[in-house]
Design a protein around this ligand. Sequence first.
Ligand code: PGA
Length: 254
Amino acid sequence: MRTPLVAGNWKMHGSQAANGELLTAVRRAGEAARGVETAVFPPAVYLAQAQQALAGSPVAWGAQNVSDQAGGAFTGEVSVDMLRDFACRYVIVGHSERRALYGESDALVAEKSARVCAAGLVPIVCVGETLAERERGDTLAVVERQLACVTQRLGAESCLRIVVAYEPVWAIGTGRTASPEQAQEVHAAIRRQLREVSPAVGDAVRILYGGSVKPANAAEIFSKADVDGGLIGGASLVAADFLAIAAAAERVKR
Ligand code: PGA
């Protein structure tokens, strides 16, 4: 059984005051939750605040990005050892905003994933097609290419540790979510690809759906067999919404 994961990607939002309230609510709900894991991803400067607010609770925290380099003269970058210093469990890698706005290639995403695994943290590897790619019928090919680059770089042993997030680019922040059937089709293809790495990897790796998940659509999406939770953007900034989404995962995956 894979424990569902509901992860909140705060992106470049937050302030010490606003985070404080959100973290308190998330902690309270996380302590009451059964059978679902929750995690938050604040901007890096607030990781210490997240650690302080969540330490000792079942709620995990992690970073939205990491350097592919171990350390040194890389102005503006944050290393995985620094993330470990703040007890991060997860790191999001290859989010479509990083790929599209900061030019991250499949190869760089693979390097970052390897760096994260080697440090004992868990990469949440994001994959997903643009609208043009979907309309061309290239969805499965694009997702396969993005994921293959990571699995080949990591090898089967490290792949056991990863989480995959399927996030169709056209559904991120648009209010337009993939239908549960569209999500399941891609998740099933990802699962097959992971099984080819090894049957154990196929069974163990959680595949999250991301892209305009809201309390109103979460249960329907999470009810699909190969959807093991969600990567939540906008709705993760509103405590009641994020907690309702986590509760939906708890209900549906019981
Ligand atoms: P969204 O973002 O929920 O606001 O669509 C999801 C994400 O980018 O991870």
